[in-house]
Design a protein around this ligand. Structure first.
Ligand code: APR
Ligand code: ZN
Length: 235
C-alpha cells in the first residue's frame, strides 16, 4: 500500500464545506449539521470545520467520518465511490482471486456477426484460500466451471471491448468471491458486474448470441466500474 491513511485518501477527493446544508447525511441518516452517526472502531474526533465534505466531481456531501467508515469497509485500494451517484474517485479495483486470462481469434462467425471472426477469451482461476479482501478471510473458496470460455465478435468494437476487459482483469474486476446466484453456493468464484457471453453457437442460457445490444451493455458495465475508452488506449 502507498502508506496513505484512510483519512488522507478521503480528504484527497473532498472540497471544504463552509456551512453544511440542512439535509441528512445519506450514509448515516443523521443531519449534516450535527455529528456523524457512525460510531465504530477507529473513528476519532474531527474539527467542526472539516466534519462535512463535498465530493469534488459529483458534489454530493457527507460527514467526513461517514466517508472514512465507508472506505474502511471496502478493500481500501485508494479509490472511493459516491454512494449516491456511483461516481468513482481514483482507480477502482476488485477482489478477483489470482488466475489467468488468455484470448485468441477463432475462424468462425457468431450468430448476428456474419462478417467477422470470433475472439475467444479463456479465464482460469483455481480454488484457493480467501484473503483479507474476501467475505470470509482464511476460509477456502471453490472455483466452478473453469476454464470459462467467453466470446466476442472480432470486429472493431469487439476488440475495443476486449482491450477494456484486459484492463478490468488487471484491476481484479471480472470475478469476485461470494455466493453464486445460479447455484446458491457460497464462498465461490462468481462473475462480477460485467456480462460475458459463454455460449458460442446457441443461446440456451441467455448468455449467447445473437444479442445486438451486448457490446454496448458491456461498455456501460465497464464504465460503471470506472473503465472507459481512455483506459483502453493507455494499455
Ligand atoms: N454465462 C455468463 N454469465 C452468466 C452465466 C453464464 N452461464 N450464468 C450467470 N451469469 C451472469 C449472471 O447473469 C449474473 O449477472 O453472471 C452474473 C453472476 O451470476 P452467478 O450465478 O452468481 O455467477 P456464477 O456462479 O459465476 O456463474 C454461473 O456461469 O460461466 C458460467 O460456469 C459458470 O455455470 C456457471 C454460471
Ligand atoms: Zn453521515
Amino acid at each position: 500500500r502507498k502508506g496513505k491513511t484512510p483519512e488522507e485518501v478521503v480528504k484527497k477527493y473532498l472540497q471544504k464545506v463552509k456551512s453544511p446544508p440542512e439535509e441528512d447525511c445519506t450514509i448515516c441518516m443523521e443531519p449534516l449539521g450535527g455529528p456523524s452517526g457512525y460510531k465504530g472502531p477507529g473513528v476519532g474526533p474531527v474539527s467542526r470545520a472539516e466534519s462535512v465534505g463535498r465530493l469534488a466531481q459529483c458534489g454530493h456531501q457527507y460527514h467526513f467520518q461517514c466517508l472514512v467508515a465507508m472506505y474502511n469497509n471496502g478493500n481500501k485500494d485508494g479509490s472511493l465511490q459516491c454512494p449516491t451517484c456511483k461516481t468513482i474517485y481514483g482507480v477502482k479495483t476488485g477482489n478477483q482471486p489470482a488466475g489467468k486470462m488468455e484470448y485468441h481469434v477463432i475462424p468462425h462467425s457468431l450468430p448476428g456477426h456474419p462478417d467477422c471472426k470470433t475472439i475467444r477469451i479463456i479465464y482460469n482461476i483455481p480454488p484457493g484460500i480467501q484473503g483479507p479482501e474476501h467475505p470470509n478471510p482464511g476460509k477456502p473458496f471453490t472455483a466452478r466451471g473453469f476454464p470459462r470460455h467467453c466470446y466476442l465478435p472480432d470486429s472493431e468494437k469487439g476488440r475495443r471491448v476486449l482491450r477494456l476487459l484486459l484492463v478490468a482483469w488487471d484491476r481484479r474486476l471480472i470475478f469476485s468471491v461470494g455466493t453464486s446466484s445460479t447455484t446458491g453456493e457460497s464462498d465461490t468464484v462468481i462473475w462480477n458486474e460485467v456480462h460475458h457471453k459463454t455460449e458460442f453457437g446457441s443461446n440456451l442460457t441467455g448468455h449467447g448470441f445473437p444479442d445486438p445490444g451486448h457490446l454496448d451493455n458491456v461498455l456501460e458495465e465497464l464504465r460503471a466500474q470506472g473503465i472507459t475508452e481512455d483506459d483502453g488506449l493507455m494499455e
